[in-house]
Write a protein that binds this ligand. Sequence first.
Ligand SMILES: Nc1ncnc2c1ncn2[C@@H]1O[C@H](COP(=O)(O)OP(=O)(O)OP(=O)(O)O)[C@@H](O)[C@H]1O
Ligand SMILES: [Mg+2]
Length: 511
Amino acid sequence: MNDLFIELRHITKRFPGVVANDGVDLAVRTGEIHAIVGENGAGKSTLMRILYGLYQPDQGDIAVKGQTAVIDSPRRALELGIGMVHQHFMLIPVFTVAENVILGSEPASGLGRLRMREARQRVADLCRQYGFILDPGAEVGALSVGEQQRVEIIKVLYRGAELLILDEPTAVLVPQEVEELFHNLRRLKEQGKTIIFISHKLDEVLAISDQVTVLRHGRVVGTVPAARTTKAQLAEMMVGRPVLLELEHPSVTPGQVRLEARRLRVPGGGKRLAVREVSLAVRAGEVYGVAGVEGNGQTELVEALVGLRPIAGGQLLVDGRDVTHATARAIRLLGVAHIPEDRHRRGIALPMAVWENLILGHHTRDEFTHGALLDRPGIQGFVRRRVGDYDIRVADTDAPVLALSGGNQQKVVVAREFSFNPQVLVAAQPTRGLDIGATEFVMRQLLAARSSGMAVLLISANLEEVLSLSDRIAVMYGGEMVAEFARAEATPAELGLYMTGTKRKDEARAG
Ligand SMILES: Nc1ncnc2c1ncn2[C@@H]1O[C@H](COP(=O)(O)OP(=O)(O)OP(=O)(O)O)[C@@H](O)[C@H]1O
Ligand SMILES: [Mg+2]
């Protein structure tokens, strides 16, 4: 009779200065894909952590299949059939897929050869059952991001999960991988699994889910069937007012070349070259977009451009000055800002306060110092303005950045990098994890910076973003720029052919 898998009743969770979940009711039926959407900081991840036993609610209770349950650890959650797919993959690169899957769910003592064989067989069976393309014997370190995510999903299934929680699983995926993931999720659903799916991309939400629950400021605004709603309606429920998603791209006459790479060669891991002879020139007042499937050398290229990775050959110039072998600090001092693709590794210091992160690397500037001391009031004013302008949702800027929601951490990085009048901005996946309002805001900031003469290099796996912002668009594939288009000439279909390697640089158009 009862077809509800889980029922959350009046869940409340408070953190210092903020009510992350405020009397949340949520019912998820067995066998459905239930999306949860909401602005950055709305309380989505907190709610999922409660369901997975990582946090305890201050009030409210949870019923699993009609029975009230106390979920005091992830282990207990798994016993109840609730599994969470990790966003930051926790896989061991030198182990095989099968080894990673069984790791941790076996007694620490002796993984006998026989058990290992059985385990590998079960992993292969799971892959077959759910249509996952994955070789159980492959080494995880050699897998793409999409494949590693598949391993995480299989891992959760191996542990007996019937309900899978996926918190922004598509943020790290390219469009083709999203398709593959959705294919897998549909298969899981057909076989009776229940899925909770979180995403900021409303097209995805509408494409994959049965029901959509909208959270705003920790409260449920409503639950609607995906088939009977629209992007505009969801956006309005999330934000509380109608949201326009239109950007103007005024014409700007570009000025001199600010950032230039000449036949740049950059090593990857080991002896392999990740970037093989890339030349590009970004001028003042233009956005130069680099499209491409991740893992084609973009990461290494960006790191080389900002001085974080040694350059093996070629030349790097900022405003005509040779900085091929300059340090990251020297390059930053020439006015080059950097929004990194991996904010946890390169962009912020998680245990440090929000205010410290907002001036990180700039704390010695005149406006922040008073003789040898930090100018507290000056810094406070600066921090208050950033928090206001970027709508960074934080109760107390003395709190560590790790207490912020994922999207709000990203806003801290973006706010800082825009703050010190950079001449050049190297922006890698700048809107990753941001909600629609914040995405729009950052895109407007990028265009405003361009109008005021900044040279912007935009690296993004999001084709829509590249197309709507860029003046020129290059496609990176296999460590090279294989095509370059003027804004008016670029179409998603044509870019896609180069991104997937279907069309190559030297190939004639015919054939
Ligand atoms: N460990 C924590 N300590 C203090 N505050 C926290 C903690 N975790 C979350 N919060 C706060 O709870 C609120 C909800 O955060 P949560 O991470 O659930 O948001 P979210 O909806 O997942 O946002 P995003 O889309 O940015 O990921 C935020 O105000 C956040 O700052
Ligand atoms: Mg979150």
